[in-house]
Design a protein around this ligand. Structure first.
Ligand SMILES: [Zn+2]
Length: 206
């Protein structure tokens, strides 16, 4: 494979990037100076070394120290640890954080469950979520779980699976299980929602 095609096929694996865009990236890089390319290669090479997955909420974060296992949100003494917001991906979490509307904690599911998936909880961090919730229950700090997933078909299907998984436990432990209100319009992904929409969705959770 020639280098142009090879790099384009790597870019084509990025979310939302098709073959034509991936080629555009390659030709863009060919026009840049060597310093830019060095910086880019270095940033990619260091990414995994300098970032890690939070042992608690499963979000990626930049390590401040080499021993940090939990992110600053999970470690924060001022956050409301009794409310847990379950999101699909890291960018959804970042969008909500940027809005400043939520002071609880998060769990990053790592995707959505495709319809008719045979092992739904293994496609996302389903078992890790259950484990996380059980630990929170043991510490008696959990009062509400909000399923904040996109209102797409897969998002709704994922909510259905998670609700079935969590409902018995929530009932037994008197934990409120809610979803975002319809401030979010159908088909909208959380990462693209503006702060007014997020505010409505959070305030009108059901
Ligand atoms: Zn965390």
């Amino acid at each position: 494979m020639n280098p142009i095609t090879q790099l384009a096929s790597l870019f084509a694996e990025f979310p939302g990037i098709g073959p034509r865009q991936s080629k555009r990236f390659v030709y863009f890089l060919l026009t840049r100076n060597p310093q830019y390319l060095d910086e880019l290669s270095r940033a990619i090479a260091d990414l995994k070394k300098s970032s890690t997955l939070c042992a608690s909420c499963c979000r990626f974060f930049a390590k401040q120290t080499t021993t940090a296992a939990r992110c600053t949100i999970c470690e924060s003494p001022v956050r409301d640890h009794s409310t847990l917001l379950v999101v699909e991906k890291d960018v959804d979490l970042e969008n909500i954080e940027r809005s400043g509307l939520f002071s609880g904690t998060y769990f990053v599911l790592g995707g959505r469950i495709p319809i008719l998936e045979k092992k739904p909880l293994e496609r996302v961090r389903g078992n890790e979520l259950l484990d996380h919730i059980q630990k929170k229950i043991e510490r008696q700090e959990l009062r509400e779980i909000v399923l904040a997933l996109s209102l797409t078909r897969e998002g709704e299907y994922t909510m259905e699976i998670l609700t079935n998984m969590l409902q018995p436990l929530c009932k037994e432990r008197r934990i409120k299980l809610s979803t975002l209100g319809r401030g979010l319009s159908t088909g909208i992904e959380l990462e693209y929602s503006d702060s007014e929409t997020l505010k409505n969705a959070l305030n009108r959770r059901v």
